[in-house]
Design a protein around this ligand. Sequence first.
Ligand SMILES: NC(=O)c1ccc[n+]([C@@H]2O[C@H](COP(=O)([O-])OP(=O)(O)OC[C@H]3O[C@@H](n4cnc5c(N)ncnc54)[C@H](O)[C@@H]3O)[C@@H](O)[C@H]2O)c1
Length: 319
Amino acid sequence: MAKSLITGGAGFIGSHLAEALVERGDEVVVLDDLSTGKRANLDAVAGQVRLVVGSVTDRDLVLECCQGVDVVYHEAALASVPRSVADPLASNEANVAGTLTVLWAAHRQGVRRVVYAASSSAYGDTEVLPKREDMLASPLSPYAVSKYVGELYCAVFTRLYGLSTIGLRYFNVFGPRQDPHSQYAAVVPIFITRLLRNEPPVIDGDGGQSRDFTYVRNVVQANLLAGAARDPGGVTVNVACGESITLNDLFQEIKALTGATVDATHGPARAGDVRHSQADIGRAGQILGYRPQVGFAQGLKETVAWYGQSTGSDVRVDV
Ligand SMILES: NC(=O)c1ccc[n+]([C@@H]2O[C@H](COP(=O)([O-])OP(=O)(O)OC[C@H]3O[C@@H](n4cnc5c(N)ncnc54)[C@H](O)[C@@H]3O)[C@@H](O)[C@H]2O)c1
């Protein structure tokens, strides 16, 4: 039986990955400090994963968690651009020192592979779309810097110590269980939960900014492929849908799905935000055999349906 460690496994993406790994028959350990994650996110696999509450910056604890592990899926991070703008030291500690500690411990314990949750924010505002991995990184926020540094550390650990690593640059992941309440919540759960109550969401800026919104099941698939692939040699690949949706369009789609009648209001543009983001997913196809299994429209339907049910809303969406 393969043994997997998911750091940040009580978070949004990590908990979906935990379910998939348990379903596949892995022994799963989750290391999470519950700073943004929740025990309840692991309810579906309660009793089937071992949850260790602690930080990825705690060397002894991470060493212990890596014992006997085949693959580490490193999802733990303070995963927010505005949060990093407000408190860059905390983001650096969790994301940079945390990633370094995980790599160090994985190497010391002879872990076979580290799969790292990288971020499309590393690209910043490139003029050319879609964004390809051979483009120069140009981070615009402390968060983006910290996630990019993690990629560099992965590549260095591969080159220097022979630790097998791969970075997956996720593009705007969405799906069930993404936290809509945090002060730093992502746009999809905020729009959905507000529109389910027929309350107008605030769109930052003019709403013309676009994103390659990626349903969480595709990200789980990419992680499973990355854990099993022949040695990827410390590369980074984009994980996305390859589509481009503006925030104004996102709003309209959710409004239609929820049957809301309100209009959005517009606030100031957010500091550190990129204008357009769309991925070239060719390299993930070549290296991992990755093809998104769930498109944006279907993923959005499933997500709205889930929030509808979990918030006790009258809105029902056929998926
Ligand atoms: N959601 C996205 O759109 C997106 C896009 C690109 C990259 N990512 C990356 O994917 C990963 C998962 O993001 P998410 O959206 O699931 O966010 P999330 O906040 O739901 O999950 C992050 C998890 O890490 C945990 N954590 C934070 N600091 C920790 C620490 N010091 N020690 C142990 N655990 C810690 C949190 O409690 C949480 O459970 C992050 O690394 C993030 O940077 C996410």
